[in-house]
Write a protein that binds this ligand. Structure first.
Ligand SMILES: Cc1ncc(COP(=O)(O)O)c(C=O)c1O
Ligand SMILES: N[C@@H](CCOP(=O)(O)O)C(=O)O
Length: 432
């Protein structure tokens, strides 16, 4: 460890890596665990070293991507890897809001993020930019699917070699959505937590940049952009309440950090924002600890259709609980059946096809409204973090089938008549 910092660039505020537990500072290298207390390292900044102050105008004049917030991100280069990630729509909800009885509901839609349709494109854009700065030629990750898609795609764009590790039982869309970019894919016979442990060993034996292991302090900062964008898209204002999915808990904690940095830099007025988290009942170690008022996590063995958020031993779980508690939010879990209903509800009301993680978040939103834990007047933002085309298996058998008809008007009319009398789930792909 050393207190000597390498970054003196005046266009970057990045200062050091700092232990979240004991505060020890480290050089800006590929490292993620404190040597003294084994706490996680996090990027820290000194915004006073910037040659220009960060203003709303300077941000608005930046690129239409996460890189408009470059001064808040842990990179030193002026030419980061920009694949158009970020600035996804923040939609004012009308039909879902009405159905739930909410007056001020917004949907942050990262199901259409670029290039691979999940919020992971944010963290990977940052991690691979930093990987290049640190001289890595091969990048890797432990993934539940979305991260592998993103790492493989952006590595290709950046000309980096790529090898990703996933559990062997992932959805076909996630596997194809990685293989298409041509990386080496290791499908591990085990769950995500076992994949992650293997990757920690590989990170120690190979000189690779693992985005969510040795590059984690940089990678995780990319999620702050989900806080910045919402604040900017709300007209430079913070919401009253956010609802977001939890796997490791990193995304949740970084949205919080993003809001705080905007307040600290005078970009938005301070406001108490409530933070509520969503888990699948079949993998809910954070929700369980929250409900039992524990400040430690008991790891679980995941068993849920929400595979992208199936992390049994979440690294940032305790920090997520702390934020939910201190902001007067909550953490809730829902069953697989409720997750599917959540996916359908969002699709049928707002025209957004989200994956199981989004289904979890919508189902938790509904549960919180029904329990009176969301005030109808509150400006509430629900984060949709991934795309339903990747998890089609989850809704198979729950959304009806097409009518197969002859190319004749009579056949169409008969099918139309049947569609009016049958429940959609009874539709059959047969000639009528
Ligand atoms: C679609 C999606 N949403 C949410 C998450 C949760 O993110 P985190 O692990 O940062 O809590 C993940 C992955 O973990 C994901 O793939
Ligand atoms: N859900 C992730 C895997 C874990 O990511 P992390 O940020 O919690 O390390 C994925 O999409 O693969």
């Amino acid at each position: 460890m050393t207190q000597t910092l390498t970054n003196q660039s005046r266009s970057s505020a990045l200062k050091a890596l700092k232990c979240k537990e004991c505060g020890a500072e480290y050089e800006l290298q590929a490292t993620h665990v404190c040597e003294f207390c084994f706490g996680p390292l996090e990027a820290s900044y000194d915004f006073s070293r910037l040659s220009q102050p960060i203003t709303r105008e300077s941000i608005e004049a930046g690129p239409n991507s996460i890189w408009r917030y470059r001064s808040f991100l842990p990179v030193e280069t002026d030419t980061p890897i920009d694949v158009g990630t970020g600035m996804t729509p923040l939609l004012k909800s009308h039909r879902l809001a009405r159905q739930l009885g909410l007056k001020n509901l917004y949907i942050k839609n990262d199901a259409v993020n670029m290039p691979t349709l999940s919020f992971k494109d944010r963290v990977v854009s940052v991690a691979l930019t930093r990987a290049q700065e640190l001289g890595f030629s091969t990048v890797s990750c432990a993934s539940t699917g979305n991260l592998a898609n993103s790492t493989a795609a952006i590595a290709t764009r950046a000309g980096l070699d790529c090898c990703v590790f996933i559990p062997a039982d992932l959805e076909a869309g996630k596997v194809m959505g990685t293989l298409i970019y041509g990386p080496t894919v290791m499908a591990v016979q085990g769950n995500y937590d076992q994949v992650n442990r293997l990757c920690s060993e590989v990170a120690n034996t190979h000189g690779w940049g693992f985005v969510n292991i040795n590059l984690r302090p940089y990678y995780s900062e990319g999620s702050k952009t989900l806080g910045y964008e919402v604040a900017e898209q709300l007209g430079w204002e913070l919401p009253d309440h956010i609802v977001a999915p939890l796997a490791s808990g990193s995304l949740f904690t970084k949205i919080y950090k993003g809001f705080r940095e905007f307040v600290d830099n005078g970009l938005v007025d301070d406001k108490a924002v409530r933070f509520s988290g969503a888990q699948a009942e079949g993998c809910s170690p954070i929700a369980q600890a929250y409900k039992e008022d524990r400040d430690f996590i008991n790891p679980v063995k995941p068993n849920t259709i929400a595979k992208s958020i199936a992390i049994g031993n979440p690294a940032d779980g305790v920090y997520a609980i702390d934020i939910a508690k201190k902001t007067n939010g909550t953490i809730e879990s829902v069953t697989d059946a409720e997750i599917v209903e959540g996916m359908k509800l969002l699709a049928e009301t707002e025209g957004i096809f989200t994956e199981t993680a989004g289904g979890t978040t919508i189902a938790v939103l509904k549960k919180l409204v029904e329990a009176g834990k969301i005030d109808p007047e509150e400006k509430t933002v629900v984060y949709i973090t991934g795309n339903g085309l990747k998890t089609q298996e989850a809704v198979q058998g729950c959304i009806g089938q097409p009518f197969e008809i002859e190319p004749k008007l009579g056949s169409f009319e008969r099918a139309l008549e049947r569609s009016r009398t049958l429940d959609r789930l009874d539709w059959q792909p047969v000639l009528v």
